[in-house]
Design a binder for this molecule. Structure first.
Ligand code: GH3
Ligand code: MG
Ligand code: MG
Ligand code: MG
Length: 308
């Protein structure tokens, strides 16, 4: 590429002589200089080189510089600093130029040293502006990542408790309908301690990730949260009680049939699930407590089951 990472200066002037003069004057600057002698050429250059600074003549054979200014701005993807360079330089013209958004207005005939200094300054400012924009973009992307992480569990990638504290009620209210319910399910892996003790902690972790993935696939339209160590909270939005029961049983059966492979071992596990129809008159904690009571009923009844 001709630019080679350098800044780009576009000179738009119908006078080849003036273009040459400026180019010669710009020799010391480490910039890539391109020139256009008509409005049409200027548009083409704008699209091709994305200049940082444009020196724009107001009087051109095929265009009025002020009109061309607007057209170039539309084509501009690099937020170029456009500078008018013109002999049309009474006070009104200058004011009009700045009012349109020009960064500077240089009168012809120009003094070489002054033109150089002004262009140099605008290139520097543009460089700083680009740098700031880049930093800003990086910062925003880091913030978005941090925000994402703050709501996720590190091991499974599921939502964490923060979702329940910050956003759950809003989501529930959003899905409140006359003819459907929102249902919370608390699911706990049965005898998980045995898995850790028999196959090792890493095998336990692997099991958690596998079950998390299964839950996410089955509950795509809903929310799955890692509630605690080996406990998952599922929030089903706008379902009937029959549907909720169906989903709970589907989860239970798919987990039961799933085989975890870890190192040279393979094993499976089961879930006990406590269901509760979310009651908006109670707080989140109370609702989850109800699901927890159903879950413990299931544990007492022999595990591997769904319980209302
Ligand atoms: P129950 O059927 O009554 O639920 O028995 P359980 O063994 O599943 O329950 P218990 O509460 O006795 O044990 C849960 C175990 O889960 C204990 C803890 O070490 C383990 N655990 C919690 N978090 C993690 C984790 O992130 N990774 C692994 N590998 N184990 C975890
Ligand atoms: Mg001219
Ligand atoms: Mg538990
Ligand atoms: Mg358990």
């Amino acid at each position: 590429m001709i630019k080679e990472g350098r800044q780009v200066l576009l000179i738009v002037d119908d006078s080849v002589l003036i273009c040459e003069q400026i180019k010669t004057a710009m020799k010391e600057e480490k910039v890539f200089v391109c020139e256009a002698h008509t409005g049409q050429e200027a548009s083409e250059m704008m699209e091709r080189y994305h200049p940082d600074v444009v020196l724009l003549d107001v009087v051109l054979p095929d265009a009025d510089g002020y009109e061309l200014f607007g057209r170039l701005k539309e084509l501009d993807k690099n937020d170029a600093s456009i500078i008018f360079l013109t002999s049309k330089a009474n006070d009104e013209d200058v004011v009009k130029g700045f009012a349109m958004g020009a960064y500077d207005y240089i009168k012809k005939p120009f003094v070489k040293g002054e033109l150089l200094s002004r262009v140099h300054t605008h290139l520097q400012i543009k460089k700083k502006k680009d740098e700031l924009n880049r930093q800003n973009k990086e910062l925003r992307s880091s913030m978005a990542k941090l925000n994402y992480m703050a709501f996720r569990d590190g091991l499974t990638g599921l939502y964490n408790r923060r979702y329940v504290v910050d956003d759950m009620v809003e989501d529930i209210n959003h899905h409140n309908r006359e003819d459907t319910k929102n249902v919370v399910i608390l699911a706990d892996i049965d005898d998980f301690k045995n898995i850790n003790d028999t196959y090792g902690h890493d095998a336990g972790d692997r099991t958690l990730v596998c079950i998390a993935n299964l839950l996410e696939v089955i509950c795509r339209r809903h929310r799955v949260i890692r509630w605690g160590g080996e406990e998952f909270l599922v929030v089903l939005f706008a379902v009937t009680e029959e549907e909720a029961w169906g989903i709970s049983e589907q989860i239970r059966k798919e987990v039961e049939e799933f085989t975890v492979f870890h190192n040279n071992s393979e094993f499976s596990c089961t879930l006990t699930l406590g269901l509760h129809v979310y009651d908006t008159r109670m707080g989140v904690d109370e609702n989850i407590k109800c699901a927890n009571q159903a879950l413990y009923q299931g544990k007492r009844n022999g595990k591997n089951q769904s319980v209302w």
